[in-house]
Ligand binder design. Sequence first.
Ligand code: ZN
Ligand code: CU
Length: 482
Amino acid sequence: MPDLIIRNGTVIDGAGGARVRADVAVTADRITDVGDLGGATATAEIDAADQVVAPGFIDVHTHDDRYLFTNPDMAPKASQGVTSVVVGNCGFSLAPWKNAGEEQFPMSLWRDREDLMFPTAGDYLEGLERTPPALNAAMLVGHSSLRYGAMDDVHRPATDSEIAAMQDSLRDCIDQGAIGMSSGLFYPPAQAAKTEEVAAVAEVMAARDGIYTAHIRDEAEHVMEALEEVAQIGRAAGVQVVVSHHKAAGLQNFGKTKETLPLIEKFQSQQRLTLDVYPYHASSTMILPHLVSRCRKVLITWSEPRPDVRGRDLAELAAEMEMTAEEAAKALSPGGAIYFQLDEEDVQRVLSYPGAMIGSDGIPDDLHPHPRLWGTFPRVLGHYARDLGLMTLEAAVHRMTGLPAAQFGFTDRGAIRTGAYADMVIFNPKTVLDGATFDEPTTPAIGIDSVFVNGLAVWQQGKATGERPGRPIRLGDTSRGR
Ligand code: ZN
Ligand code: CU
């Protein structure tokens, strides 16, 4: 007898095919039957009439490395129907941890918990096993984190021996189960890195088919050159590239995705390269004064020198402080900000691109986070797919489930079919929508009924159940990792 039967639901299987009316049976951590199970009985039953039953969403772009331990319920993600996250993006991973000095952002923020300073990727993944969170997680190794480990000064190109040290460290991480490497050439700790350095480090993953995700060097004026650079890294290293949170940033670059997407399409005919996107026309990162002039508006998400200003408009603050906006940004650093610097038409163009995966890029420790942290997946389903008709619901679900599972090689996840892991979400297709806004960024989504990870409910009736069935997803367990 199965542990659970979900009856009368509309199943969207994650592969992109049309929805079907079906029951779903679960035994232990797997889906054991899909179809008309009218005659069967189970220990527990759920009536999902008028609801969609879909694979749990895979958030391919996150910064949840530490949050998985400090907030194991993972409410910002579980509340959206997310069941697996990929951590360690944009060049920064919590592991391997090495001797974080004052300037080693974001590690410098994370020295309060010695038990969370994982010296190796293996320690990090074992940590997830020892104190499991609600959701599954796969980890990338940050190129900037490798630089911190191998270099005394990251504001210059790495020497040959430092590159060799990064290669050794990455090779170990991959052997221990990390699924790939990320880089953030946009950020100060990696800006001085040459293309050849990144390619040389990434190359050690080729033998095991690790994946390479990239926050490219420039998403604004030089976005085309920056895309060329990561494509070149992918070819030189022989690895698959994921262009992270693809966008054209800055008022002057509105409309530029009309050029970037054809370039991406060209690369795709020559090499393995894909992309992810979040569904908002504002970005968010640390306070970087040089970004201010290219934005319509800037909101402060946190400020170390001025904890009282979170959630406030930088222009207003600058007036109060009798400074230019750039000077005020400098005075409020270190901190975080939301930048209104994207064109809504560009956002929709990228979301509509058939190969685009969905990644939140949420920053969970921000005091006043970008709403993408709590809203990304329901916003795509409700606002962009249902209300604006940008894509079918089946296509939207595919971009969050079957597609990322295939790209990242998550075996038996991202699918509603017999034999797959029972990572599932039940949602109401008529009401599903993001609740988080720029003013109220931690409001949970609407219309998410229940969320299951490895067969256990982690989110039900608007709150976390307290179950912690999440598992690390290691390279050796994926369909990559040859
Ligand atoms: Zn990034
Ligand atoms: Cu990111």
